[in-house]
Design a protein around this ligand. Structure first.
Ligand code: NI
Length: 177
C-alpha cells in the first residue's frame, strides 16, 4: 500500500471512459482504495478517481475535514464510491474555482450543478444514495467527470478564468503542487 504517481493532463489514460466495477469486497479493490487514499492524502487532494493512478475502473474517493487546496470549503465526509450515477436536481449552476491533482499548479472557474443526487455502491456493494449541494456536489461532479475522461479545463466556459494558482491568488495560502 502506498501513494502512487498521479497521471497528468496529456496522458491518454485520463481521456478514456472507465468501466464499471463488477466484483465487490475483494482484496484487489481493498488495495486499490488504500493506494487511492494514500495518494490523495499525500497530495492533500479533495478527491481522486481511479483512472488518475492508471486504473480504468469507475471508482472514486473524496472528502476532507479541511483542505489546504480549498481553504474555504466546508467539510465533506470521506466517501468511497463505486459505479456512481448522478442526477442533477434543478437547473441551477454555480461557478467555482477548481484544480486537479492531474493538472498541478492551475485553477479554472468551472460551472457545476448546485445540487444533485448521487447513487452508487460502497466497496462492499452496499448502496449509497445521497442528495448534496455546494462544494460536495462540485467534488462529485469533478470526480465522476474523470470516469468519463473529462478533465476540468474542458468545463471552463471563459478561458480568461484559467491560470496558475499562485498568479491568480497572490498572497493566498492555497496549496497547489
Ligand atoms: Ni481531478
Amino acid at each position: 500500500m502506498a501513494a502512487r504517481p498521479v497521471l497528468k493532463m496529456g496522458d491518454p489514460l485520463l481521456l478514456s471512459r472507465a468501466v464499471e466495477l463488477e466484483a465487490f469486497g475483494t482484496s484487489a479493490l481493498d488495495s486499490l482504495l488504500q493506494d487511492m487514499r494514500d495518494t490523495m492524502l499525500a497530495q492533500h487532494g479533495a478527491g481522486l478517481a481511479a483512472p488518475q493512478i492508471g486504473v480504468p475502473l469507475r471508482v472514486v474517493i473524496f472528502g476532507f475535514e479541511s483542505s489546504p487546496r480549498y481553504p474555504d470549503a466546508k467539510p465533506v465526509p470521506y466517501t468511497e464510491l463505486v459505479n456512481p450515477v448522478l442526477t442533477f436536481l434543478g437547473e441551477e449552476q454555480e461557478d467555482g474555482w477548481e484544480g486537479c491533482l492531474s493538472v498541478p499548479g492551475l485553477r479554472g472557474l468551472v460551472p457545476r450543478y448546485q445540487r444533485l443526487r448521487y447513487e452508487g455502491f460502497d466497496p462492499q456493494g452496499v448502496r449509497i444514495d445521497r442528495t448534496v449541494d455546494g462544494f460536495h456536489a462540485r467534488v462529485v461532479q469533478h470526480e465522476v467527470d474523470h470516469l468519463d475522461g473529462i478533465l476540468f479545463p474542458r468545463r471552463i466556459r471563459d478561458l480568461t478564468r484559467f491560470g496558475y494558482t499562485d498568479t491568480l491568488f497572490p498572497g493566498r495560502v492555497m496549496q497547489d503542487d
